[in-house]
Design a protein around this ligand. Structure first.
Ligand code: GLN
Length: 456
């Protein structure tokens, strides 16, 4: 009912299916009546959520926020969706996002923009803007998102909720519509680190249908979150934890309100026993050109499958096959998607590949190496998620480069494949929420969640 009465102002949902949700809720009730709720893995039975519309679902349409997939229905569920279904969650629908997850404000959705529940004149962040807004507006306790270059962390920060992007390969990409395959990663968005831990345990795990899925035993992230650090005390649960502050994450251009909220969060972590240490990630600025070469390159290849033959939209009138491809793609894709396909095709083309794509790949390796250098001196890295709080609708819409620059703090961790979180730490300009970014080394999700939980 709340979705039906308040989502018209919010725009977070692209599809709602109340009947389907009620049927699933009844099935959950039966499982709870049989006592399954108290068993291992039973915590999510009957918990309502919704999925970013980038995950394919057999029982609901999937659009990836694009007109080219209008009316598309997948014959199967994404692995993440199937696993959360098996855990007993009740999906209420599909959540709005930037077209093919390309964007930072949810204004690239082909359907509707999303309002930030804190201030409807502002964006909720992106690309998982619907996932963030629905949780922040308390329409849902949790949602799924995907993060290629910040799309879980940045909207979580802009809406004052908690989100985690795990290590690349922890959640299966099977059935997650591909944007940039070497970066795409699913994760939960919720009100707390604790809820994220429960969801991530259910969503993650090896999947033979994803060639880059990490072969590790199922993880209990909730238990990892709760497990006490060696030497910890009740007053100082983070005693001995070294948190690295990359000096490049606190540039002069960082807005003062974000800086002070992040510093307040860091002071809390110190009170909890953590030590702050100075570290450096010298190629932070280069993460922007590197990402905006690699991600469009992969997107130009991944999106070639949308040609009017196999999925979704097909132009009504055309002369021949080539003309059908051209018209279908011209009509079906939005401006940002076309821009990225053009950039990607350019950097991959003969004569430019070495100058752009190859250079970007080399720098990507160096950015990952910089993190390993930093992790010699600290256990976790912390800083802002984004340089500002959520901006007003329409601002930056006609200036893609400005929007790309705002991804500066989330892109390095994505390029390195590291796990990252956004944890709310205070309010900035206009009373808008500010998130603290925590980045861990590979497979340190438990440590991230433990730290965030201590802060909450
Ligand atoms: N804002 C970045 C982009 O537009 C990241 C998006 C994402 O993580 N899906 O590509």
């Amino acid at each position: 009912q709340r979705v039906q009465t308040s989502d018209s102002q919010l725009g977070a949902f692209l599809h709602v299916d109340a009947e389907h949700a009620l049927a699933r809720a009844r099935a959950a009730d039966a499982r709870l009546a049989a006592g399954e709720g108290a068993q291992a893995g039973g915590a999510l039975i009957g918990v309502p959520l919704a999925h970013k519309d980038i995950f394919v679902t057999a029982d609901m349409p999937t659009t990836a926020g694009s007109k080219i997939l209008a009316g598309y229905r997948s014959p199967f569920d994404a692995t993440v969706v199937a696993r959360l279904n098996a855990a007993g969650t009740v999906s209420l629908g599909k959540l709005n996002c930037d077209e093919f997850a390309m964007g930072s404000a949810n204004e690239n959705s082909a359907y509707q923009p999303v309002a930030n529940p804190w201030d409807a004149s502002r964006v909720p962040g992106g690309s998982s803007g619907g996932s963030a807004a629905a949780v922040a507006a308390r329409l849902l306790p949790a949602s799924t998102g995907t993060d290629t270059g910040g799309s879980i962390r940045q909207p979580a920060s802009f809406t004052g909720i908690t989100g985690i992007k795990p290590t690349y390969g922890i959640c299966s990409r099977y059935g997650m519509i591909a944007f940039a395959s070497s970066l795409d990663q699913a994760g939960p968005m919720a009100r707390s680190a604790e809820d994220c831990a429960l969801l991530l345990s259910a969503m993650s795990g090896f999947d033979e249908r994803d060639a880059t899925s990490v072969q590790q035993a199922p993880q209990d992230f909730h238990a990892q979150m709760l497990s006490a650090r060696e030497g910890a005390t009740a007053a100082q649960p983070l005693k001995g934890l070294r948190i690295g502050l990359p000096r490049e994450f606190f540039p002069a251009a960082l807005s003062a309100d974000v800086n002070s909220a992040v510093r307040a969060g860091l002071a809390e972590l110190e009170k909890l026993g953590a030590t702050l240490v100075d570290v450096s990630l010298p190629r932070t600025e280069l993460a922007i050109p590197v990402y905006y070469i690699i991600a469009p390159a992969e997107a130009s290849s991944n999106l070639s499958r949308f040609d009017g033959v196999k999925f979704g939209h097909r132009a009504a009138q055309f002369d021949d096959l080539l003309d059908m491809y051209k018209k279908t793609r011209a009509e079906g894709f939005g401006a940002e998607v076309k821009r990225r396909i053009m950039i990607g095709s350019y950097v991959l083309s003969h004569g430019y590949y070495d100058a752009y794509y190859l250079q970007a790949q080399k720098l990507r390796r160096m950015i990952a190496d910089d993190f390993q250098q930093a992790f010699q001196h600290c256990d976790l890295i912390a800083g802002p998620v984004a340089p500002t709080v959520a901006w007003k609708h329409g601002e930056g819409k006609d200036d893609p480069v400005k929007a790309y620059l705002a991804d500066i703090f989330t892109l390095p961790g994505s390029l390195a494949g590291l796990p990252g979180m956004s944890v709310p730490v205070g309010l900035g300009e206009g009373g808008m929420p500010v998130g603290l970014q925590l980045l861990g080394n590979y497979f340190k999700e438990g440590q991230l969640l433990h730290t965030a939980h201590a802060l909450q």
